[in-house]
Write a protein that binds this ligand. Structure first.
Ligand SMILES: [Zn+2]
Length: 275
C-alpha cells in the first residue's frame, strides 16, 4: 500500500501541506538602506533572509553600502541592484540631480550588479538627462531596470532603449487590465507584486489576477519591499503569506511566480567566487 494511503488511514496526511510550505521564494524587492543597519546588522539581515526560506533576493539600498555588505556575507543569496540614491532624500530629487549620474558611473566601475533600481520615476521626468544616462548605463552593463513608475514613464524608458529589460515595481500599482496591456505591448517587461495584497487576499487568487498570471506565467514575481527598516521583520511573514496564496494556483505556475521567473530574469548573474 502506498505510503500516502497508509498516512490517510492513520489520519496522518498532514505532512503534505507542510512540504508545500517549503516552496522556495525569490524576494525581488528588498532594500537595506543606511538607516536599517543600526538595528539590524548585516549578519542578522542575512539570517532573516534564510529564515524566510528565500532562494535569492534582489537587494538595493540607498547609499549602496548596505547592498555590498549583504553581498559580501551571502553572495549566493543576495543579488545586488544599484539604487540611484545616496540617501533616502534622493528619492524625490535624483532625476534632476547631475551628481547622481556620476555616482552611478563610479559605482558601476567599482562593483558588479544585476540591476539598477529600484528608482521612482514618473511621466516626462523619464526623459530628463539623468534618467537617460541611467538607461544608457543599464544598456552598457546589461542590467535590468527596476522601475517604480507609471505607464507614461515606462513607455519613455522603452523608447530610449527598446531592448531594455524592465522590472515594474509593484506592477505599477495598476489594475490587472492595465498591467495586461503593458505586458502584451512589451515582451521585456516583468512585474513584481510587492506591497500589494489584492492578488492573494485570504489565500485566494481572484479570477482577474488568475487570468493575468495564466496569460503571462513567465512575467510575475513576488517581493516584500522593505522601504523602511522595520519592514525587514515582514520578510518571513511575506514569504509565508506568498506560499499560501500561491498554493491556490496550479503548482507549475506557483513555482514560476515564487522563484523561477526571477531566477530566469537574473540567470546571467553569477556571484563572485568567495575567497
Ligand atoms: Zn521599494
Amino acid at each position: 500500500m502506498p505510503v500516502r494511503c497508509v498516512l490517510l488511514l492513520l489520519g496522518l496526511a498532514a505532512p503534505l501541506p507542510a512540504l508545500a510550505a517549503e516552496m522556495p521564494i525569490f524576494d525581488a524587492h528588498v532594500h537595506y538602506s543606511h538607516d536599517a543597519w543600526d538595528n539590524l546588522p548585516p549578519a542578522d539581515a542575512v539570517a532573516i533572509l534564510r529564515k524566510a526560506g528565500l532562494k535569492r533576493a534582489l537587494v538595493s539600498s540607498s547609499g549602496d553600502e548596505g547592498t555590498q555588505r549583504l553581498v559580501a556575507l551571502a553572495p549566493e543569496l543576495v543579488i545586488p541592484s544599484l539604487r540611484p540614491y545616496r540617501t533616502r532624500g534622493d528619492l524625490s530629487t535624483w532625476a534632476r540631480d547631475d551628481t547622481v549620474a556620476a555616482f552611478l558611473g563610479e559605482r558601476l566601475r567599482r562593483s558588479r550588479y544585476a540591476a539598477i533600481g529600484e528608482f521612482h520615476l514618473y511621466g516626462a521626468d523619464a526623459d530628463l538627462p539623468v534618467p537617460k544616462r541611467m538607461v544608457a548605463l543599464a544598456k552598457q552593463y546589461g542590467l535590468v531596470l527596476h522601475a517604480h513608475s507609471d505607464v507614461d514613464a515606462l513607455e519613455r524608458l522603452f523608447r530610449q532603449d527598446p531592448e531594455a529589460r524592465i522590472l515594474w515595481a509593484h506592477s505599477g500599482f495598476e489594475r490587472p487590465d492595465a498591467v495586461r496591456e503593458m505586458l502584451r505591448r512589451h515582451k521585456n517587461l516583468w512585474c513584481d507584486l510587492a506591497f500589494r495584497t489584492e492578488h492573494g487576499a485570504g489565500g485566494k487568487v481572484p479570477a482577474e489576477w488568475r487570468a493575468l498570471f495564466t496569460e503571462f506565467p513567465d512575467r510575475f514575481m513576488v517581493g516584500t519591499d522593505t522601504f523602511t527598516p522595520e519592514r525587514w521583520y515582514y520578510i518571513v511573514e511575506h514569504a509565508n503569506w506568498s506560499r499560501v496564496w500561491l498554493a491556490d494556483l496550479p503548482p507549475a505556475l506557483a513555482e514560476r511566480i515564487a522563484w523561477r521567473n526571477a531566477d530566469t530574469l537574473f540567470a546571467s548573474w553569477k556571484p563572485a567566487v568567495s575567497q
